[in-house]
Design a protein around this ligand. Structure first.
Ligand SMILES: Cc1cc2nc3c(=O)[nH]c(=O)nc-3n(C[C@H](O)[C@H](O)[C@H](O)COP(=O)(O)OP(=O)(O)OC[C@H]3O[C@@H](n4cnc5c(N)ncnc54)[C@H](O)[C@@H]3O)c2cc1C
Length: 327
């Protein structure tokens, strides 16, 4: 077994952000992912200016699809707000592979099943060993399952269910659209255009609330595609959507045990209102790297819990619930 300085399980935004900082600090880093990159990841691919800044991503040199919305159209309770706050979209298929390659880490395709502590370090599937291990494997992260689940059980009340599809489409409305609580959905649906003729449409809702009403995301998907057709956003398209579930921000008390860390969706860090997880995944990955390199405390409790902590979201939500109007 070749010993590495750090093993990172999962090469999504949390894993690649962590690996990049570790490699920059001279660490020998192995990233294990069960998929070959580029790989599909169900995600609207909306990223905030904070994500762009945290990743030091220069849109001018980024070699893949990068879109900046001219406007965000918010539909709620029969009202429509148009916001001009700049936000961005990428395709996760491209973005994740680019970030992982940019990290400079050694990447091996391996479906991790077992992680155990042994002799002051960690052993992964009896094949890889390192004094540090970082769990960045998303909702089903094996580092979480093997080392953290009992100490930090996830709250089912915070589980989000999603249904979505990303596809080549010559969209003609370049704005991002969001529909809140449409048709009784306990969540929201989205239309997110990507650069050069790609589109992501989907919806997300609290799984428990859907279940308690005897509903599921498929029923809401039917309604949503009718809205897309009605509003002339997507017409005559034969969808093949897929579902995925992840956890919104819950307890972040136990995110480090010895020299094992969990990050991103492995913790459940997506914001409680808009369920944005890329930003907290990146920040948690970077903080895990700082803890390993500098001995910094690994804390996540001050990470943004609500997207509404950003001014424009709060502005929208306040008007949504007060029934006010916006330009
Ligand atoms: C439909 C949908 C839409 C979303 N839209 C947005 C959005 O627009 N903006 C936003 O900010 N967030 C969004 N999110 C949330 C966001 O996608 C996640 O929060 C984010 O991807 C978390 O990053 P991560 O690196 O923690 O995990 P992931 O991106 O899930 O990466 C985990 C990696 O671990 C690998 N892995 C898993 N198990 C194993 C194993 N056993 N062995 C080895 N490797 C393994 C996986 O292959 C994967 O590459 C959305 C989520 C969904 C489901």
């Amino acid at each position: 077994m070749k010993p590495y300085d750090v093993i990172v399980v999962g090469g999504g935004p949390a894993g690649s952000a962590c690996a990049a900082q570790l490699v920059a600090a001279g660490r020998d880093v192995l990233v294990l992912d069960r998929e070959d990159f580029p790989r599909s990841k169900l995600c609207a691919g909306w990223i905030t200016p904070e994500v762009v800044s945290d990743l030091e991503l220069d849109p001018a040199t980024y070699p893949h699809r990068f879109n900046t919305f001219d406007g965000i159209v918010v539909h709620v309770k029969g009202m429509t707000f148009t916001l001009s706050n700049p936000q961005h979209s990428i395709r996760r298929f491209e973005f994740d592979a680019w970030l992982l390659e940019r990290s400079g880490a050694t990447v091996v395709r391996h479906n991790v099943r077992d992680v155990r502590e042994e002799g002051g370090g960690y052993v992964v599937d009896d094949a890889y060993t390192a004094p540090y291990v970082v769990g960045a494997g998303g909702t089903r992260c094996p580092v979480y399952r093997c080392l953290f689940r009992e100490a930090n059980p996830r709250a089912t009340a915070l589980q989000a269910a999603t249904f979505e599809q990303e596809f080549p489409y010559q969209w003609h409305d370049e704005r991002c659209h969001l529909w809140f609580f449409d048709h009784g959905l306990p969540g929201y649906s989205w239309y997110v255009p990507k650069a050069d003729g790609y589109l992501n449409c989907g919806l997300g809702a609290m799984a428990g609330r859907l279940k308690s009403r005897g509903e599921d995301v498929r029923q809401h998907w039917q309604h949503f595609t009718q809205v897309l057709e009605r509003d002339d956003l997507v017409t005559g398209f034969d969808y093949t959507p897929k579902g995925y579930s992840y956890f919104l921000r819950g307890d972040v008390g136990v995110v480090r045990r010895g020299n094992a860390f969990i990050t991103g969706d492995a913790v459940g860090l997506a914001t409680r209102d808009l369920a944005e997880g890329i930003g907290p995944a990146v920040r948690s990955g970077q903080r895990a790297a700082e803890a390993i390199v500098n001995g910094a405390a690994y804390r996540l409790d001050d990470l943004q819990e609500y997207s509404a902590d950003r001014g424009w979201v709060r502005w929208t939500l306040e008007r949504m619930f007060s029934g006010g109007r916006a330009a």
